[in-house]
Design a binder for this molecule. Structure first.
Ligand code: NDP
Length: 418
């Protein structure tokens, strides 16, 4: 596009000036972009064609007792009610002793895809015979992780089709998520396979289906803790269990069930500086691991106890990527009193289950809209230009009118100002 040639080579100020020269934005808007960019040096080094920092609200989810320890959990999210719901779900579980978690080994899987394979079974057993050499090559490509006690541990060969093989490299990534680390190792092995063994490499990259890096959270709530507004706890627990069954049976419901779980998970993943697309991709693949897409969590009632369980891949890091670069991430790690990546996995799994409990509880009792309504009306009032002082009266008037549309919100605001 004219005027944007070599945009990536321009400095931050020049990039903004071009937007003004080309009449995309006026000076007031440029001033907003400038004001929103408080860490230009860092951000400009993080992404390409950087123009500003897009801020999202951060709040604290409360009441999370995980493996006997209570946490303040930073959530970064744009969605109203997520923090409130997560805190409510956790408060219920806290009264029953909190969440328990288990975290597996932290192994990541990377793939080298070989194409144009003529005799797949023969090539597969040849590759297996090369395991020691390939593991040594992988570790030599990233020796520092070996010094840290990690590194490439195993190889697995899978024939995908008569002409395609996946050579899976399994790596202990210690405190990192490990994408770059794995990609470096994979490329070193791929070069050897191609140049020394004459094999045809199509792709070498980490897999986000992190089935060797799983975290599980569970909770057990006596049903009487769920009692509300004349509805018995036993009845509510039964309805939650039935809703969980529906999410196991029906992908339409499972998708929304899992979206609710990810509301909390993504918010903490983002606050902790981790790659939420990687976590999303892995979670949804895991939800379909038996061939049908299902809810990631399950709830059952037995002997007047509601048991909840959530398991998913959580390859989260406490180092690497943007974690050491973004100043807020360090502060969030401190708020969490974070010691290591396994603890982060445990917390995030508990958040997913707490968020899910709150959503199901609301859905089978009042419905989701009642709790959301006030926050949504606040967003509506803001969207039509209400100031902080005007928010409360506009929201109350909209509640009284039972109105949720922009036209009424505008009218209410105008009436208030006149
Ligand atoms: P880095 O490339 O930043 O690597 C982490 C580095 O941290 C290690 O190489 C290691 O270097 C250092 N380190 C310090 N202490 C430790 C420790 N205790 N344990 C482990 N490492 C330690 O990050 P990752 O390899 O984790 O990659 C994550 C990034 O990759 C994310 O930003 C992600 O968005 C991106 N990415 C994701 C992809 C995907 O998901 N498919 C694909 C490509 C990139 P040293 O030992 O030398 O000090």
């Amino acid at each position: 596009m004219e005027g944007f040639e070599k945009y990536y080579q321009k400095d931050h100020q020049t990039r903004l000036d071009i937007l003004k020269q080309k009449k995309y934005l006026d000076q007031t808007q440029l001033d907003k972009l400038q004001a929103s960019a408080s860490e230009v040096k860092i951000s400009d080094a993080m992404i390409e064609n950087f123009i500003t920092e897009y801020h999202l609200p951060e709040g604290l989810a409360l009441n999370y007792v995980v493996d006997g320890q209570e946490y303040l959990i930073p959530f970064v999210t744009e969605e109203p009610s997520v923090v409130a719901a997560a805190s409510h779900g956790a408060a219920l579980v806290k009264r029953a002793g909190g969440f328990k978690t288990t975290v597996t080994e932290r192994l990541m899987i990377g793939q080298i895809i070989l194409e144009n394979v003529a005799h797949p079974e023969q090539v597969a057993s040849f590759l297996e015979s090369q395991a020691e050499k390939l593991l040594a090559l992988a570790n030599a490509a990233h020796p520092s992780i070996v010094k840290r006690g990690g590194g490439a541990q195993a190889l697995k060969v899978r024939v995908l089709a008569p002409d395609l093989i996946s050579l899976d490299l399994i790596v202990d990534v210690k405190e990192a998520m490990g994408a770059n680390m794995l990609n470096t190792m994979l490329e070193a092995c791929a070069t050897y396979l191609q140049t020394k063994l004459g094999l045809d490499v199509l792709i070498s990259i980490l897999s986000n289906y992190a089935t060797r890096c799983l975290a599980k959270a569970t909770c057990a709530l006596p049903v009487e803790l769920l009692t509300r507004n004349g509805l018995s706890g036993a009845k509510i627990a039964q309805k939650i269990a039935t809703a969980s069954r529906v999410a196991q049976l029906d992908p339409y419901r499972a998708t929304t069930h899992n979206k609710g779980i990810m509301n909390g998970i993504d918010a903490v993943v983002l606050a902790s500086g981790n790659d939420w697309r990687a976590i999303e991709a892995g979670a949804h693949a895991y939800a379909a691991r038996d061939g049908q897409y299902r809810g990631l969590s399950t709830w059952i009632v037995k002997d007047d106890i509601l048991y909840g369980e959530l398991e998913l891949p959580l390859p989260l890091g406490t180092v690497g990527g943007s974690i050491g670069i973004v100043p807020l991430v360090k502060i969030n790690q401190q708020l969490l009193r974070l010691k290591d990546a396994r603890q982060l996995e445990a917390i995030v799994a508990a958040v997913g289950l707490g968020q899910n409990l709150a959503a199901l509880y609301a859905l089978v009792t009042d419905g989701i809209q009642k709790g959301h309504m006030r926050l949504q009306l606040k967003s509506l009032a803001l969207s039509v230009g209400a100031t902080k002082a005007e928010l409360e009266p506009v929201v109350s008037r909209l509640e009284a009118l039972q109105a949720r549309d922009q036209a009424t919100a505008k009218k209410v605001l105008e009436e208030l100002r006149n």
